[in-house]
Design a protein around this ligand. Structure first.
Ligand code: IMP
Ligand code: MG
Length: 322
């Protein structure tokens, strides 16, 4: 049976709000399965519960033994069988796993213990949780999984390619939060393109924004797509747009991965929005807190204690906001 929140129809349209995630009531055979489903929900990893029964043994042409692994993770194409420390069960499960692998060599399956849940994550590219010395319990909430981000970036790439049919594009990224998004988006666009970057700084004293690293390219007469990680008040983007417009590009469009629309002070027309998110401070997939956490593969909200403790931490490379 499938998790309805994870397996709804794909949003092919412009539904960009982050889908809520909750743990639906599910007739699990065992509390450990319930716990594992909640773990997957937390990381927003799609799952199905016992979707497939594999015949293992036949007598007189009739199936007499089947094996239905506990979970299937479609984004990873992986079956997961949970196990406890009880040796009698482990032996039986190991036998079934061996037989399944012999009969169905193309099926990927793992047998995991409760203590290995997080190890499983590192197989999905979530290893950076350890690398950045962020403990899983310091994550308040995963807002967008790496698979959700990847899927949306592909959709944005198709839309942008369609809207720029017949022309080349100059992608302008605002450093540094854009690092991973721009790299992924550029590879999802099927038009000839050039990449360029600019940096902006806010001088607190004057309450102004200025360009601290300008473009290398002359964008006059070019079709420009400004790419931003996140738009809050819109002050930064409004400034950048005004600056770029003065240089007479043939067209100027805007793409933002995240939009905290609630915080908007300056009205902006954003042509392509990855996700509209609530008004919370987020990190990961390029977004930082004091230069940390950019390398998390997902986008999440951290627990308050992480920010409060940061000044005392020796592994924080920089103490001023970046
Ligand atoms: P705005 O000028 O108020 O729209 O601020 C946008 C800029 O603030 C972004 O380009 C980010 O650098 C930064 N920012 C805003 N919200 C977040 C967040 O939740 N996490 C990390 N950086 C953020
Ligand atoms: Mg930024």
């Amino acid at each position: 049976m499938a998790n309805p929140l994870h397996d709804g129809p794909a949003d092919g349209d412009h539904a960009t709000a982050v889908r809520p995630i909750s743990n639906p009531e599910h007739p699990f055979a065992h509390p450990a399965e319930h716990e594992f489903a909640a773990f997957l929900d937390f990381y927003r990893i799609r799952w199905q519960y016992e979707p497939t029964s594999f015949p293992l043994r036949w007598e007189d042409g009739r199936v007499v033994e089947m094996f239905a692994p506990d979970f299937y993770l479609p984004e990873q194409d992986l079956y997961v069988e949970l196990t406890t420390m009880k040796q009698s069960l482990v032996t039986r499960k190991n036998r079934k796993m061996r037989e399944l692998r012999e009969l169905y060599p193309d099926v990927n399956i793992v047998l995991i213990y409760r203590k290995n849940y997080h190890e499983l994550l590192s197989r999905f590219g979530y290893g950076a949780v350890d690398i950045t010395s962020l403990r899983p319990e310091q994550i308040e909430r995963v807002l967008l999984s790496s698979a959700e981000i990847a899927g949306r970036v592909q959709e944005l790439g198709r839309e942008i390619s369609r809207d720029h049919a017949g022309s080349s594009i100059v992608l302008v990224g605002v450093l540094k939060g854009i690092t991973f998004f721009l790299a992924d988006l550029a590879r999802a666009i099927s038009r000839p393109l050039a990449l360029d970057y600019l940096s902006i700084s806010h001088d607190a004293a004057e309450g102004r924004v200025h360009i601290s690293k300008d473009l290398d390219l002359d964008i006059a007469g070019q079709h420009v797509l400004l790419v931003e990680d996140i738009v809050n008040t819109g002050v930064s983007m409004d400034f950048v747009l005004r600056t770029l417009r003065e240089r007479n590009p043939a067209s100027l469009r805007v793409c933002a991965l995240l939009d905290k629309a609630e915080r908007r002070l300056v009205p902006l027309d954003i042509d392509y929005v990855g996700f509209t998110i609530p008004n919370e401070f987020v990190v990961g997939y390029g977004l930082d807190y004091r230069e940390l956490y950019r390398n998390l593969p997902f986008i999440c909200v951290l627990k308050r204690e992480v920010y409060e403790a940061k000044g005392r931490r020796r592994d924080a490379p920089f103490s001023s906001p970046g």
